[in-house]
Write a protein that binds this ligand. Structure first.
Ligand SMILES: Cc1cc2nc3c(=O)[nH]c(=O)nc-3n(C[C@H](O)[C@H](O)[C@H](O)COP(=O)(O)OP(=O)(O)OC[C@H]3O[C@@H](n4cnc5c(N)ncnc54)[C@H](O)[C@@H]3O)c2cc1C
Length: 388
């Protein structure tokens, strides 16, 4: 019997009708033929403009995984979740910016989100992807310490300044800033930049948080190295620890370009390093903030055990659990019920713009053996319980 089996807590925020709808939806996306067809269909540029497509998407998969079209709509959803002790992180899910003006716009969106977070205690973090502030090729070049042209140097200075403006706004408003991790070939530059922000702003507590992807075989050593550095220099480290989302892409690129894959040889190795990382952080908790971003029940239970062993209170604001909105409510709501800090990534944006995000969610939920099987089983169990 797992801590996360209580479906009454898990779905306390869902009406019978909403639960039935979720059941139907997970059945649909569990069908790989349908999901593969949908993936191809929504890659067509005109797909979302066809009659009926938008309203159908909006009422189904969009409602399951997205908080609304605007940040303000997201805040409403966040307030509903918070009635059950579940916090939210508004995730601006518009992807694929390439121009300086677009990067500046994302920076302004982040400043707006800092203001929202400052005034709404149900939103404890503001999050961004490094490549929402600048082109991935530039991160790669800087990470490899290659020479930049004058134009590139100017653009890199712009990226640094966007990072700094948002992190300073977080510091001034006492709002946590989280930086997502992306592809390994851009990550060195993003790590250095985020570490620079931590040195500057994590003077009183972990306020700037970077992300460690434990499917990379070098991350545990990196974590320990950063701990040594932070100890020497006297600042706090905040880390979201995840397994990692770009495995296939990483392996394919490494093979195509003939360099050793940065990814662990198998799932067990990723699991081992994930659990070792959260253990290391809890063991050295005076220096760290930890956000465990995972749908893995074993890892979440392990973290509860580690916190309990160290006498760290569930309400300690340096320790967080996190799942995605629309997934693994059994973990999120049961953790909240036990008094732990838990925040769901709550994406928002217009339908057309969040389609790539929705396709990724549908694809990762296709396997009936995996996430969908779990979600469906729990929803069925709760529907049965409510009938009694
Ligand atoms: C709140 C939150 C924030 C997130 N932020 C980020 C982020 O910033 N950057 C990012 O990259 N991801 C991010 N993710 C996604 C995350 O990295 C995982 O892809 C996802 O959560 C699935 O892992 P899991 O721990 O939940 O579950 P599990 O089902 O236990 O693990 C699945 C993961 O294990 C790893 N894996 C699977 N098979 C293998 C294999 N054969 N060899 C090696 N490893 C394998 C992969 O990373 C896979 O995603 C985030 C997830 C959450 C919940």
């Amino acid at each position: 019997m797992s801590l996360f089996d209580n479906t009454e807590h898990a779905f306390s925020s869902k009406s019978d009708a909403e639960l039935k709808k979720a059941h139907y939806l997970f059945q649909l996306i569990g069908n790989s033929t349908l999901t593969n067809f949908g993936t191809l269909f929504f890659k067509l540029p005109f797909a979302t403009n066809l009659p009926l497509v938008k309203p159908v998407i909006k009422e189904t998969i969009y409602k399951q995984f997205v908080g609304g079209e605007t940040a303000e709509e997201g805040v409403k959803v966040a307030k509903d979740l918070f009635k059950y002790g579940v916090s939210s992180i508004l995730d601006y899910s518009v992807e694929g910016q390439t121009e300086e003006a677009e990067f500046d716009h994302v920076k302004d969106v982040m400043l707006h989100l800092v203001e929202i977070a400052k005034n709404n205690r149900e939103i404890p973090f503001v999050v961004f992807k490094p490549t929402a502030f600048g082109r991935i090729e530039l991160f790669e070049k800087v990470g490899k310490k290659q020479a930049l042209s004058a134009e590139e140097q100017k653009k890199w200075d712009n990226i640094r300044s966007r990072f700094d403006i948002v992190c300073k706004a977080g510091f001034d408003a006492d709002v946590n800033i989280m930086v997502d991790a992306e592809e390994s070939w851009m990550q060195d530059a993003a790590d250095d930049l985020t570490d620079e922000m931590m040195v500057k702003y994590n003077v009183n507590r972990p306020l700037i948080w970077n992300t460690l992807q434990m499917y990379r075989h070098d991350r545990l050593a990196y974590l320990k190295q950063m701990y040594e550095k932070a100890n020497r220099e006297g600042y706090y480290l905040g880390y979201k620890v995840v397994r990692g989302a770009y495995m296939e892409k990483e392996r394919e690129r490494a093979q195509a370009e003939g360099y050793p894959s940065p990814i662990q040889p198998n799932k067990e190795a990723s699991d081992r390093d994930y659990n070792a990382a959260i253990r290391f952080i809890v063991d050295h908790h005076e220096r760290f903030g930890l956000f465990a971003g995972s749908h893995n029940e074993f890892s979440c239970e392990l973290l509860i055990q580690l916190l309990t062993e160290k006498g760290i209170q569930p309400s300690n604001r340096n320790f967080w659990f996190g799942q995605l909105y629309g997934m693994s409510d059994n973990i999120s709501f049961n953790l909240a019920h036990l008094g732990y800090n838990i925040a769901k990534y709550l994406p928002y944006g217009p339908i057309k713009e969040v389609m790539p995000y929705l396709i990724r969610r549908a694809q990762e939920n296709t396997s009936v053996a995996g996430q969908t099987g779990r979600e469906l089983g729990l929803i069925k169990k709760e529907l049965e319980r409510r009938k009694k």
